[in-house]
Structure formats: structure tokens, C-alpha cells
Design a protein around this ligand. Structure first.
Ligand code: G3P
Length: 218
């Protein structure tokens, strides 16, 4: 399983990258707005800054919702850096654009996916990644992890190569559950990744090791 961090915050990306386990980054218009990044030039500079921190795929989302606009924006984003993956919403124009991009060897991440049917269309269009939003389904009493399982099973059965990128991860347990469901990638908040480290028995065990060493060697 690959770990991506789901943020446009450069400090958090640096911290996650310095942990030595980061494989990529996902952003979206809300995450970019949260960092106050506005205007095409600033957005492109920000994506490049992220690419210069992490040696891995970086998802950059188109703003246009029409096919022609998606193509125009996506080609410009893809030209920024080899690691840029064009993020496209799962709409009729989005699926059409993904098909176009796959024909041009431009890798895409089909986002805002909430059903197996949407994931099927993303794979048939040739998306490199599909992003089922686990947390947002859980938020409305649906089962986000179950969606990941269904997509993994469908892709495995039909031999689709689209990678399942579990998104909208809310906490550390979501990461474990998506791993168990067979997701190829989990894109997570920094806290959820750091939460994987935490266990009281590790802390108490280390304290005992050090105390025993100190007792004999002091
Ligand atoms: O990559 C998609 C992710 O950012 C959405 O997360 O927490 O807004 O549902 P959230």
C-alpha cells in the first residue's frame, strides 16, 4: 500500500516526506484555497513546489467542469512536471476527458467517486487512479470502506489496472481498514499517518529498556 498525504500545506508535506514513508500527494480546490493559493500562476507554482518536495505522484485538480476546459487545464497541469497526475471529477465530461487523457498518456485521478458504477466508468476510461471518498460516505451513515472493498473486487475480477486510492480518510483506523480492503493507496491527513506510530506498549517497553540499561550502567 502506498501513502499519500492529502493536503496542499507545504510544511505538512515536508514533515510527512521527512518520515521516509511518503509516496505522493493529493490536493483539491478546497485544500488549495485553505492555503490561500489563488490565481493560475500561483497554483502552478504551488504544484511545482510540492513536486520539488516529494518524489512521487502529485494530484492537481482541474477547475473547469466542461470537457474542453478540462482538456485545456489538464494538459497545462500535466506539462508542469512528470509527477503531476490530473485530477478530474467523476462527471460525464470528466469521464470523457479521462478517456482523452489516457489516449495521450496523461495520467489521471478520477475523484469524487461514491459508487462502484462510477469506479467502473473511471477504469473503463483509463484513469490511473480512482478516489472513493470513504469519510464522506461514513459521514452520511453509509459504509465507505465497503465501497473500497467492492471496487477492489471488481477491478481484480475484470483485470482493471486503475489503482484504488482511498480518499477522504478521517483517522488512522480508516487507513488500516482500507489496507485490509485491498486499496492500492490511502491519501491521508498527516495526523492519521502519524497515528500509525502510536502504541502505549511501545512507549512503556522503551522506557523499561532504558531504565534497565540505566540501572546497570550508572
Ligand atoms: O482528496 C479528497 C479529500 O481531500 C476529501 O476529504 O475530508 O474533504 O472529505 P474530505
Amino acid at each position: 500500500m502506498k501513502f499519500f498525504i492529502d493536503t496542499a500545506n507545504l510544511e505538512q508535506i515536508k514533515e510527512a516526506n521527512d518520515m521516509g514513508v511518503l509516496d505522493g500527494v493529493t490536493t483539491n480546490p478546497s485544500l488549495m484555497a485553505k492555503e490561500g493559493v489563488k490565481g493560475e500562476e500561483n497554483c502552478r507554482a504551488h504544484y511545482l513546489a510540492i513536486c520539488n518536495i516529494v518524489n512521487g505522484d502529485v494530484s492537481a485538480e482541474v477547475i473547469a467542469t466542461d470537457y474542453e476546459g478540462m482538456i485545456r487545464e489538464g494538459e497545462a497541469l500535466a506539462a508542469l512536471h512528470p509527477n503531476i497526475v490530473v485530477k478530474v471529477p467523476c462527471t460525464a465530461d470528466g469521464i470523457k476527458a479521462i478517456k482523452y487523457f489516457s489516449g495521450k498518456q496523461i495520467r489521471t485521478n478520477c475523484t469524487l467517486v461514491f459508487s462502484p458504477g462510477q469506479a467502473l466508468l473511471a477504469a473503463k476510461a483509463g484513469a490511473a487512479y480512482v478516489s472513493p471518498f470513504v469519510g464522506r460516505l461514513d459521514d452520511i451513515s453509509s459504509d465507505g470502506v465497503e465501497l473500497v472493498e467492492k471496487i477492489v473486487d471488481m477491478y481484480t475480477f475484470y483485470g482493471f489496472t486503475t489503482q484504488v486510492l482511498a480518499a477522504s480518510i478521517r483517522h488512522t483506523q480508516h487507513i488500516i481498514q482500507c489496507l485490509e480492503a485491498g486499496a492500492d493507496v490511502a491519501t491521508c491527513p498527516l495526523g492519521a499517518i502519524k497515528g500509525l506510530l502510536k502504541h502505549p506498549l511501545t512507549d512503556s517497553g522503551l522506557a523499561t529498556f532504558l531504565a534497565d540499561h540505566q540501572r546497570v550502567n550508572s
